[in-house]
Write a protein that binds this ligand. Structure first.
Ligand code: LMR
Length: 395
């Protein structure tokens, strides 16, 4: 049976990581996969996570099954983190389940949408995270795109986006990035979110909000502005969130999927379908990452420490944006790259050709996704000169 298979190319993001690891050039720079790195280029475990891990080691007394929803404490803490003090929680219209990472949350959401309407269409931004399309299509959804990033002017094509969303059908889903748009770093401002929410109200599509980087943009509450506004007005909505980046729990695979229904009774029915979807895919989520997050979020001391560590990561990334732009100027680059400082979160497109991206990789051991998406966290004081000089050469 396997004989009929054709080999597939490596994943555009994860494949880069493998290549980078094999590269023996001491000057190599990894701007590929979206993971936070400190000045030394290391993805360290957060101190608050280490403390929570020690606590868990001392207190965990069973490995018995946890059930498809995952830990109820994690689910409750996550819904407070996502929504704050929000009417959907007061009205008891939201149900959160733990999932294997943000990707698990998205797959569960996609299967859930398919249960609502077989072959439903989901609209994603052009461009969007490389895995969104494959993941939704694998679940049997039809994927269409709405305009988003204007590559020529390095801005948001907001008029194009709004016009496209007005034409969406009321039984389609629309995927929106809550903050730190992956791959462009180009976010909606609050006023633009208000307009998108108005269109969502008028058209009545199902908003599916992907929040993989809460706290990496401006702050935990600020980054959830659009999502919370949407939840005030949408009758139904889905939120997929991830603890990979903001808690640095990447390999533990922990995220959450939240569904909001029109009423508490309606969302209970929807949740029963969600639980069935989970049961037939992976039965129940891993428990370790959820236990760490719930320990941190339910302790005043650890939560405060987490906020400080998250701020440090955010500030370093924002600092790197300015650092790169300054170094490019210092190295005689006349093209304007200042747009990088106006974007948010882990990523920006450098805006060079695929050939130039390949040249950076082949000749300078600098790794970024073929679209020229850079993970800004891979920049450090120790490599930014080499990076800027190399970019100047390929330009
Ligand atoms: C990324 O976009 O680099 C991250 O979200 C990691 C991944 O799984 O692709």
């Amino acid at each position: 049976m396997f004989g009929s298979l054709k080999a597939l190319p490596a994943d555009p993001i994860l494949g880069l990581l493998a290549k980078y690891r094999e590269d023996s050039n001491p000057h190599k720079i990894d701007l590929g996969v979206g993971v936070y790195k400190n000045e030394a280029g290391h993805t360290a475990i957060l101190d608050c996570v280490k403390t929570a891990e020690k606590y868990r080691n001392d207190h965990e007394d069973t490995k018995v099954y946890i059930g498809p929803t995952g830990s109820p404490v994690f689910n409750e803490e996550m819904s407070k983190l996502i929504f704050g003090h929000h009417k959907v929680l007061l009205e008891n219209r939201a149900r959160t389940v733990s999932t294997p990472g943000g990707t698990g949350a998205l797959r569960v959401a996609a299967e859930f949408i398919k249960s609502c309407k077989a072959g439903a269409t989901i609209w994603v931004s052009n461009p969007t995270w490389a895995n969104h399309t494959g993941l939704f299509e694998a679940a049997g959804l039809t994927v269409k795109t709405y305009p988003y990033y204007d590559h020529e002017n390095k801005t948001l094509d907001f008029d194009g986006m709004l016009a496209a969303l007005k034409e969406v059908s009321s039984d389609d889903a629309v995927l929106l990035h809550a903050c730190c748009h992956n791959p462009s770093g180009m976010d909606l401002n609050n006023e633009q979110w208000q307009q998108v929410v108005e269109v969502a109200k008028d058209v009545g599509f199902l908003p599916l909000i992907d929040m993989a980087y809460q706290g990496f943009g401006v702050g935990l509450d600020e980054d959830a502005y659009g999502l919370r506004l949407m939840a005030e007005h949408a009758k139904e909505m889905i939120v997929c969130s991830s603890c990979s980046k903001n808690f640095g729990l990447y390999r533990e695979r922990i995220g959450a999927c939240t569904i909001i229904g029109e009423t508490s009774a309606a969302v209970d029915v929807a949740q029963s379908v969600l639980l069935y979807v989970i049961r037939v895919i992976y039965s129940m989520p891993p428990a370790h990452g959820a236990a760490l997050v719930e320990t941190i979020l339910s302790s005043d001391e650890l939560r405060t420490q987490w906020h400080a560590e998250l701020k440090e990561m955010r500030d370093r990334i924002n600092g790197n944006r300015q650092l790169l732009v300054d170094k490019l100027v210092e190295n005689g680059v006349t093209r304007d790259f200042s747009f990088i400082t106006r974007q948010m979160g882990m990523f920006s497109f450098l805006g060079i050709t695929p050939e130039q991206v390949q040249q950076l990789q082949d000749e300078y051991s600098i790794y970024m996704v073929g679209s020229s998406r850079m993970s800004i966290a891979g920049i450090a004081n120790s490599n930014v000169d080499y990076l800027a000089k190399s970019i100047a050469k390929v330009l």
